[in-house]
Design a protein. Structure first.
Length: 461
């Protein structure tokens, strides 16, 4: 990726400090001043008073799943009565499968091999639950896959077609081509996203991502969380905390979870533990107490946390990475599904901050919205699809959410990155001052995105 010689003229440098010019050379911010003279061979970009921010960070997403979702049948919002027609019209991919995402057991009912067989077709079908934790395959799919310990069986030992957290095995068993991440990288760049943390726990996904970074399909700086991810010499690829899952459908044994935390710490890595229930959070806190907390340990989602749990997280210095757009997309479902006593504790944000927890926003794309400007709106409004305000006291000012989006990948919720001389030229240029943007956040306000001094989004010809 070759950097460019740039002069960004008349921009409002974050945080708003008046209009300045910013010169970029060799991938870094070389000079900041007023009325800087242009130099030969330099691309001059008129800022016209627009805000210039450090590039935005998404602290939890799934890049390979985002690419795969683009080529999948989306069942979100499809009534159960129409599923047969949807599958009948679905295109069979090059790997010989029909792939569907967005299955919702509340909308679509329980799915297993027999239900999928009833939709006809006779070709292998795999359907992903909207949570990403479950796949359901039909009989043709089971015949192609063979046996695996992740395949659920009924009381008589017959495979049900339900596969819990078997993504790595399923990917290997299908043997399909690795998805290109070029479109995903371009989409994120158009949002102003320059840094991403891939929260997929298996090494296979990490290999796909590393290859995409090396090929420059992904222009972003990427941090991977797979336990088996090895060190990378590439300047835009780093290894972060070890992703662990306290799955709500099959909670791990405390000793086992504690041992996995200890192993990660022994290898010099903190942990990022998936928790979406009150019980899973309690188990995670117990495991971290037993293993000992290290700097950088974090909880992903923290979907149910009462004030006492928030204080426990703060006391231990455990961070939380949350996903505001899941409230905007699914808040009504969460409200309907959880126990009534959990409703006041759903998807906290403001309450965690008040308790002293360091919190960073993220998307969990493709399960949440990858648009960080939608994240800003969702966190400030807390409005569900029906118009219900889910936890009005959990609203967070847009400025606070933005600071979380500007925090480093290795310090989510920490001090935001700044634009300084000698600093990396990972920048996003907006078409108006920041105050106006924060009053009505929208991805359409992004004029340009620069990573390592190179234009990765925007037309400045």
């Amino acid at each position: 990726m070759t950097s460019e010689a740039l002069l960004l003229r008349g921009v409002e440098r974050y945080p708003a400090e008046g209009l300045v010019d910013v010169r970029v050379r060799a991938g870094v911010v070389a000079e900041i001043g007023r009325q800087l003279p242009s130099m030969e061979g330099e691309l001059v970009v008129r800022g016209d008073g627009g805000a210039l921010l450090p590039g935005l960070a998404d602290h939890h997403l799934h890049l390979a799943a985002m690419a795969a979702a683009e080529a999948s049948v989306d069942l979100a919002g499809v009534p159960r009565a129409r599923l047969a027609a949807v599958f009948a019209a679905a295109r069979v991919a090059e790997d010989g499968w029909v792939r569907a995402v967005g299955y919702d057991d509340v909308v679509h009912g329980e799915l297993d091999r027999d239900v999928l067989d009833g939709f006809g077709g006779g070709v292998p079908v795999r359907v992903q639950h909207r949570s990403g934790a479950l796949w359901v395959v039909n009989s043709a799919g089971l015949a192609r896959l063979g046996d695996h310990e992740g395949v659920e069986r009924d009381a008589g030992g017959r495979p049900t077609g339900r596969l819990w957290r078997a993504d790595a095995w399923l990917r290997a068993a299908i043997g399909g081509r690795r998805p290109s991440l070029r479109a995903v990288g371009a989409r994120l760049a158009a949002f102003g996203v320059t840094h991403v943390a891939d929260a997929t726990p298996d090494a296979g996904a990490a290999e796909v991502i590393a290859d995409a970074v090396r090929r420059d399909e992904l222009p972003q700086h990427v941090m991977v969380m797979a336990a088996d991810a090895g060190p990378s010499a590439h300047p835009r690829l780093t290894v972060g905390p070890v992703k662990l899952v306290a799955a709500d459908h099959a909670l791990p044994d405390l000793d086992d979870l504690t041992d996995r935390v200890r192993r990660a710490h022994a290898n010099g890595r903190p942990v990022a533990v998936h928790c979406v229930t009150r019980t899973a959070l309690a188990l995670t806190l117990a495991a971290l107490d037993a293993a000992g907390v290290v700097e950088g340990d974090r909880v992903e989602h923290c979907a149910v946390a009462d004030p006492a749990a928030a204080k426990e997280l703060a006391a231990r210095g455990i961070r939380v990475v949350t996903q505001p757009t899941l409230v905007a997309r699914r808040g009504d479902d969460y409200w309907d599904r959880v126990e009534p006593e959990d409703r006041q504790d759903l998807w906290r944000y403001g309450g965690l901050l008040r308790a002293g927890v360091r919190v960073a926003p993220s998307s969990d794309a493709p399960y949440g919205d990858p648009d960080p400007w939608a994240c800003l709106r969702a966190a400030t409004e807390r409005t569900t699809p029906s118009g219900r305000v889910l936890g009005p006291d959990e609203r967070v000012p847009a400025e606070t959410v933005l600071r979380g989006l500007l925090s480093p990948l290795d310090d989510p919720g920490g001090a935001e990155r700044r634009i300084v001389e000698g600093g990396a030229a990972d920048l996003v240029l907006l078409d108006r001052p920041l105050g106006e943007v924060l009053r009505a956040p929208d991805a359409g306000l992004v004029r340009g995105t620069f990573i390592g001094g190179r234009v990765v989004y925007g037309d400045f010809g």
